[in-house]
Design a protein around this ligand. Structure first.
Ligand code: ADP
Ligand code: MG
Length: 298
């Protein structure tokens, strides 16, 4: 699968405050990634660094397999990291025309994107008359005008009413269903669960979990395993009655449980099937519980 963005051991210090510690993430084409964490956990800092508006302290990131300079790569990225800001006295359509002019995009894109975000019937209304949800949707339309490879959103539903939140989430899902890769930052677990396929959970700048979103809601917890022969490991795991689902990502096998299973019992079972693990971690609580613990103590 094509890599859109690769982040490796990113560190960021603001004076004495370490805002990011060894953050790594691989973004593959077509997936929807969430960066989930309470306020101050480093989500916006991460987005700011890869968008070249915040300087990193150390570490690397590269766009599109490193084939493009950051400046060129960012032309293929649509990002909304601040509150939507357009000319208040101009209409939605006029504002988007201006964006097209600046970015050298054909005006024909405007209607398509306004339709996508459900604003075509309000295209002649002034921006100043829009609700916050409509402003946010216009910002999404604007970011999509040049058909970017990836759309980046920072807390896209902050401050919106329930209906506005629902509309934005629906639009994000629609955009994803057309194959656009998405990276969004959110402090809302249910937002990430509803919209994302993959998640990186951050706490105080450190990664707590990265992987498929399914892992977050695994009630009986889950195991992270590694062995030399991944295929064989998966075959043997499939025969265990306590195991619900198995996914493999970057050499690690994640095992979700339907019923309780202790580490030592799983280890013994695998060993008796001639598998020696090189890595075994049990996440005792579900990530949901862990995440709630974290946000409670923020
Ligand atoms: P999030 O987006 O997850 O809420 P941020 O990335 O904005 O978190 O912030 C991470 C940490 O870095 C916080 O402790 C925040 O106070 C600090 N921080 C962010 N920006 C700056 C800045 N420009 N100067 C100093 N500290 C900052
Ligand atoms: Mg933020």
């Amino acid at each position: 699968m094509e890599t859109i963005l690769s982040i490796h051991n990113l560190n960021k210090r603001y004076g004495s405050l370490q805002a990011l510690k060894n953050v790594s993430l691989e973004i593959k084409k077509g997936n929807v990634y969430g960066i989930l964490g309470p306020n101050g956990s480093g989500k916006s800092t991460t987005l700011g660094i890869v968008l070249n508006v915040v300087n990193k302290t150390s570490g690397e990131y590269s766009w599109f397999d490193g084939n493009l300079q950051t400046h060129e790569a960012l032309k293929k990225v649509g990002a909304i990291i601040e509150r939507p800001n357009f000319y208040p006295y101009m209409t939605a359509q006029e504002n988007l025309k201006l964006v097209c002019k600046i970015k050298n995009i054909d005006y024909s894109k405007i209607q398509e994107k306004l339709e996508l975000v459900g604003l075509n019937d309000r295209k002649d209304s002034k921006f100043s008359t829009f609700s916050l949800g409509m402003k946010q949707r216009l910002a999404i339309a604007s970011a999509l005008l040049n058909d970017p490879e990836i759309l980046i959103l920072d807390e896209p539903t902050n401050g919106l009413d329930p209906q506005g939140i629902h509309q934005i989430r629906d639009i994000i899902k629609q955009i994803a269903s057309k194959g656009t890769t998405i990276l969004l930052a959110s402090h809302l677990l249910d937002e990430v669960e509803k919209v994302c396929t993959h998640v990186m959970v951050l706490r105080k700048g450190e990664i707590l979990y990265t992987g498929p979103v399914d892992g977050i809601s695994a009630n009986e917890g889950f195991f992270e395993l590694q062995a030399d022969d991944t295929d064989n490991l998966i075959q043997v795991l499939k025969t265990h009655p306590a195991i619900d689902k198995i996914t493999a990502t970057e050499g690690k096998v994640l095992v979700y449980l339907k019923t309780k299973l202790e580490s030592k019992d799983l280890n013994q079972f695998l060993f008796s099937n001639n598998i020696c693990l090189s890595h075994l971690v049990k996440r005792k609580n579900s990530l949901e519980e862990q995440f709630l613990e974290l946000t409670k103590n923020k």
